[in-house]
Each structure stands twice: as C-alpha cells, then as structure tokens.
Design a protein around this ligand. Structure first.
Ligand SMILES: C[S@@+](CC[C@H](N)C(=O)[O-])C[C@H]1O[C@@H](n2cnc3c(N)ncnc32)[C@H](O)[C@@H]1O
Length: 185
C-alpha cells in the first residue's frame, strides 16, 4: 500500500542517488517486488502522462490503427506503461480499475516491446504477458540490439535522471524510431 509521502520520497532518493547506472540497476533489482505498492499508478505520474501522450498522438480513430503500431517501451520497469494487470491493495494481480485508461495494451497497442536493464523488474513485466520482446539492456551507453527505423513510436516514462538514462539515450531512441513516425497520423 502507499506508505505516505515521506517513504516514497526516501525511496525516490535511494533510486536516484547512484551515479553509476549499474548501481541503479542493482537498486531496482532490490526494489522490484515492492515497486508497484510503493509507487502506485494513482501516485506515480510518469506512466499516466506517457500513455496519455501516446494515445493522444495516435487516436483510436486515427489514420494508423493502434493495432498496426510497433512500439518500444524504454526503461519499462515492471510494465506500468503497457500494464495489462496491476497489483491491488491485497498484493494480488488483478485486472485494472482506476488505471484502465492509462495504459497502452488495452487501448489497442499489441505490438509492444520493452527495454529494461533490471532482471527483477523484467520478471514482473514479463508476467503481464503484454510484451512481445523484452530486451534486457540499458540505453544510452552503447548500441542496443535493435535495427535502425524499427518502431513507429518509442515511449519512456520516469527514466531520465541521475544514474538512469543519459541524454545520449535520446539519440538511440531516435535511431530505432522510423523517420517521421510520430507525425504519420
Ligand atoms: C522509475 S522506473 C520507471 C519504470 C516505468 N517506466 C514506469 O513508469 O513505471 C525507472 C526504470 O528505468 C530503468 N533504467 C535505469 N537506467 C536505464 C537505462 N540507462 N536504460 C534503460 N532503462 C534504465 C530502471 O531499471 C527502472 O526500471
């Protein structure tokens, strides 16, 4: 359950204090099992803002049906941006209620891949059964295992900050995104 502002602040500070991304990944490996209880989607703005922006860019009745889009969720974490299921207050997997309109999969985006460096976060993301391919890697430090111009859209939430994605991650995100992809609507 949400533990109140102070505890969340303590966890955020813990997650962003590392300058080396490998230490950050270790921290997420430790935090993974409690991540969604500590940062519920009702509190965590990132997944909501990111998905709202994507769904606004590609409306249900837009020129490109959402089902045809190839999307990469960078720094996917436990999968809150894709989010077929979430953990409820009894700490059990449940179908979404409040977050129904904050996620990509049920909005029709089924060709969804993820990139995430924390193996423990990946286990949870994998269990959602919404990602076709999960790439266990970090972005911004080297070339990721994705061809140029692969995706119609690349989305990232809550991952730019100390010890997380460096600005060079943007170059790599642009490389794997089709030219002009987000304008094709
Ligand atoms: C605050 S979580 C956000 C997860 C998810 N996007 C969300 O909104 O719930 C940040 C995530 O970024 C990942 N991360 C940190 N540095 C990264 C990097 N350089 N490349 C890719 N992912 C990274 C972490 O492992 C962690 O899962």
């Amino acid at each position: 359950m949400p533990s109140g502002g102070q505890e969340e602040l303590r966890l955020v500070n813990q997650l962003i204090q590392h300058r080396d991304v490998k230490d950050t990944v270790n921290e997420y490996n430790r935090a993974a099992s409690n991540y969604e209880q500590e940062f519920p989607v009702e509190v965590l703005g990132g997944p909501r803002f990111a998905t709202e922006a994507v769904l606004d860019l590609f409306p249900d009745d837009g020129a490109i049906p959402r089902g045809q889009l190839n999307v990469l969720d960078v720094a996917a974490g436990t999968g809150l941006v894709g989010q077929r299921w979430c953990v409820n207050s009894e700490n059990a997997w449940s179908s979404i209620t409040i977050a129904d309109f904050w996620q990509l999969y049920d909005a029709g985006i089924k060709n969804l891949d993820a990139l995430e460096p924390s193996s423990e976060m990946i286990k949870i993301a994998q269990s959602r059964g919404i990602y076709q391919r999960i790439i266990e890697d970090m972005i911004g430090h080297h070339r990721i295992d994705v061809e140029d111009n692969t995706y119609d859209l690349v989305v990232v939430a809550g991952a730019f900050g100390p010890g997380h994605c460096p600005l060079t991650a943007l170059d790599e995100m642009i490389r794997v995104c089709k030219p002009g992809a987000a304008r094709n609507r």
